[in-house]
Design a protein around this ligand. Structure first.
Ligand code: PAF
Length: 274
């Protein structure tokens, strides 16, 4: 496994790789959810590249950029075990050599919903850095977790609308045995926060189990589970179509939730068929 820092080092290594090439973009602080992305890429591609870069552009002024966990040594061990060929861990100046990007990728209407409403500018930051990495790495496939479902949806739209070439592959959310979705931000949770946080997946699964009864039942049951947990400040619970459009009468849909537990903001979602 090669670990490279600068653009020129990366370009030299990239030139030596035969395809198909799989890219797993990450912000480090890797856990079993990221490992699932790396394994999916390893199973389908001749070469696996992962980027390890905490992207300042996707953090709002009051968000957790400074305290975001940075665990490169542990990340490298996970990459090695997953059979990664190249880890690219650039500095901010390698990714944004001209300072913060002035020309950015705007997410369009889907970017104004859900996370976009609570985190203005977040998806422009995500899409801009993902577009840069797709252009710099030129992968055949790029892998993203369903845990960030709106992000995955927007990256798919961007790749299609801007003809970026790479196939965007979504990988199922990895959960703890008690249902908590794995997230790099789970390290912020105290034992008590963690107990409160379990209400997110409990609500989603309760809603999912009522899919056959229709949208109103799904929302009512999931809302009830969240309301019973006093330790949560819920930002949203929404049922939408699988493409994040309007709720279909019948067919694939997505139930999404975001809530704050103490000082930590968590998101989760599940698929269901109405
Ligand atoms: O999901 C993430 O970790 C980040 O948003 C991504 C896709 C690596 C872009 O910085």
């Amino acid at each position: 496994m090669k670990v490279v820092r600068s653009r020129s080092e990366f370009a030299a290594v990239r030139a030596s790789l035969a395809g198909p090439v799989g890219l797993v973009p990450t912000m480090g602080a890797l856990h079993a959810g990221h490992a699932a992305l790396l394994h999916a890429a390893r199973a389908e591609c001749a070469a696996v590249i992962t980027t390890n870069f905490v992207n300042p552009m996707q953090f709002g002024p009051t968000e957790d950029l400074a305290r975001y966990p940075r665990t490169l040594d542990a990340d490298l061990a996970i990459c090695e075990a997953a059979g990664v060929d190249v880890v690219w861990a650039p500095a901010v100046e390698d990714v944004y050599p001209h300072g913060t990007a002035q020309v950015t990728v705007q997410p369009g209407p889907i970017g104004d919903l859900l996370e976009g409403e609570v985190r203005p500018g977040h998806f422009a930051g995500v899409l801009t850095v993902v577009a840069k990495f797709l252009n710099l790495v030129r992968p055949d496939r790029a892998y993203f977790g369903e845990k960030d479902y709106q992000q995955l949806t927007l990256i798919r739209l961007m790749a299609a609308d801007l003809d970026l070439g790479a196939e965007i592959v979504g990988v199922e959310t990895v959960r703890e045995p008690d249902g908590l979705a794995l997230s790099s931000r789970n390290v912020y949770l105290s034992a008590e926060d963690r107990r409160h946080a379990l209400a997110l997946s409990r609500a989603l699964f309760a809603g999912q189990a009522r899919a056959a009864d229709g949208a109103v039942s799904v929302i009512t049951i999931a809302t009830g589970v969240l309301a019973a947990e006093a330790g949560l400040a819920v930002d949203y619970l929404e049922l939408r179509g699988a493409d994040l459009g309007e709720i279909p009468e019948h067919g694939p849909a997505r139930l999404l939730v975001a809530a704050r537990v103490g000082t930590t903001r968590l998101i989760d979602n599940v698929g269901l068929v109405l």
